[in-house]
Design a protein around this ligand. Structure first.
Ligand code: NAD
Ligand code: UD1
Length: 334
């Protein structure tokens, strides 16, 4: 039995679908702070199965105790966490408490029950302002905000846990920029507030909910001057978790592994691909750089290929087509 924390969120829900389709038995724990219970119905519609669900907080030892005493948990896929960079700057205590205290509570109950396998959601944000692309797992880490710092600290905690007890098996998956949605158009990413990230913003310009995209700078040293990122289809990312689960089942250690495509695309390339996929125009204007942004960020994926036997399969056009299908469906409902 696998415990999936944060399993109703954007990446978690796509991973749960892939797991159910591979007949993995799982339990979801989510406090719905950034997701909706209806996602469980959507997972049911897609897979014809309804995973066990506990509504609760990873910081609550009682609910963790209840789960571990009721189920033989073999491994934890740990998505639960807060992820908005700007918000983390304004609410550092809330972020550190949720992400770090929450992870410590999960680790305590795992240790108590002898469950020593974890797949953890880290982020490319731990590479900080490193100018040398592609990013390799052995680069020095640095972070510029509490969200990033919480990921880096959790990575350190997990490496220490392994050092103290080499029976542990942990993967620290460093995601690059997940976008897109399940091909059913039923699950995807739909932030309630005005989005900070590129793809959700572009989607809302294409549906007409927002007027115009601000492209943050066109004077970077990149092919067209706009920022370059490694966008990865969320379903590819989800499948990476199944491979990571296989890996922790068979290897002890605490391994950081990048999950990206290894290719970078500029903001204007994304806009173009989205226009093609949606057959709508995406209005944009060039504005000043966003503080803290770097020119280029993409992954070296050799380690994921080698250790996990995992390769991203979907290209940018597919990512935009799937993102558009979901955005269109959601907008129709409003
Ligand atoms: P998300 O917000 O959609 O999903 C996180 C889920 O965790 C939500 O359903 C939320 O309700 C739940 N949650 C949060 N705090 C909780 C708590 N204390 N107890 C129980 N449940 C809690 O985010 P996502 O995009 O699916 O990201 C999943 C993980 O991957 C996060 O840890 C995030 O930091 C990390 N990550 C995301 C990205 C990205 O761009 N989406 C990039 C790198 C890393
Ligand atoms: C974001 C997160 C980062 C996380 C990463 C992967 C922020 C500030 N950083 O970074 O912590 O690890 O996602 O999920 O949220 N852009 C525009 N206009 C917009 C929005 C974005 O031009 O309205 C540009 C940005 O300048 C950047 C690119 O689009 O060049 C991608 O931006 P975004 O989606 O926010 O991702 P990251 O900056 O990579």
């Amino acid at each position: 039995m696998i415990l999936v924390t944060g399993g109703l969120g954007y990446i978690g829900s796509h991973t749960v679908v892939e797991m159910v389709e591979k007949n993995e038995e799982l339990i979801i724990l989510d406090n719905l702070s950034n997701s909706k219970l209806q996602v469980l119905d959507k997972i049911h519609s897609i897979t014809e199965k309804r995973p066990a669900f506990y509504q609760g907080d990873i910081r609550d030892p009682d609910i963790l105790e209840k789960i571990f005493s009721n189920h033989a948990v073999e491994a934890v896929i740990h998505f639960a966490g807060l992820k908005a960079v700007g918000e983390s700057v304004n609410k550092p205590i809330y972020y550190y408490d949720n992400n770090i205290t929450g992870t410590l509570e999960v680790l305590k109950v795992m240790k108590k029950y002898g469950c020593k396998k974890m797949v953890f959601s880290s982020s490319a944000t731990v590479y900080g302002n490193n100018p040398q692309v592609p990013f390799r797992e052995d680069y020095d880490l640095s972070t510029t905000n509490p969200y990033g710092a919480s990921k880096r600290m959790i990575e350190d905690i997990l490496r220490d846990v392994y050092t103290a007890d080499p029976e542990w098996s942990i993967t620290l998956l460093r995601y690059f920029n997940p976008i897109g949605a399940h091909k059913s158009g039923l699950i995807g990413e739909d932030p309630n507030d005005i989005p900070n990230n590129l793809l959700p913003y572009v989607s809302k310009v294409a549906t007409g909910e927002l007027d115009c995209l601000c492209v943050f700078g066109d004077d970077y040293k990149t092919l067209d001057g706009t920022g370059v990122r490694d966008y990865i289809h969320v379903v590819d990312l989800a499948r990476g978790h199944l491979k990571a689960l296989d890996y922790v089942r068979n290897n002890a250690g605490a391994e950081a592994i990048n999950l990206g495509t290894g290719n970078g695309y500029s903001v204007l390339q994304v806009v173009k691909a989205y226009e093609k996929a949606s057959e709508r125009s995406v209005n944009y204007k060039i504005t000043s750089r966003r503080p803290g942004d770097i020119a280029s960020c993409y992954a070296c994926v050799e380690k994921a290929n080698r250790l996990l036997d995992w390769h991203a399969k979907y290209d940018l056009n597919q990512m935009c087509e799937d993102a558009w299908r979901f955005a269109y469906n959601e907008n129709e409902k409003k």
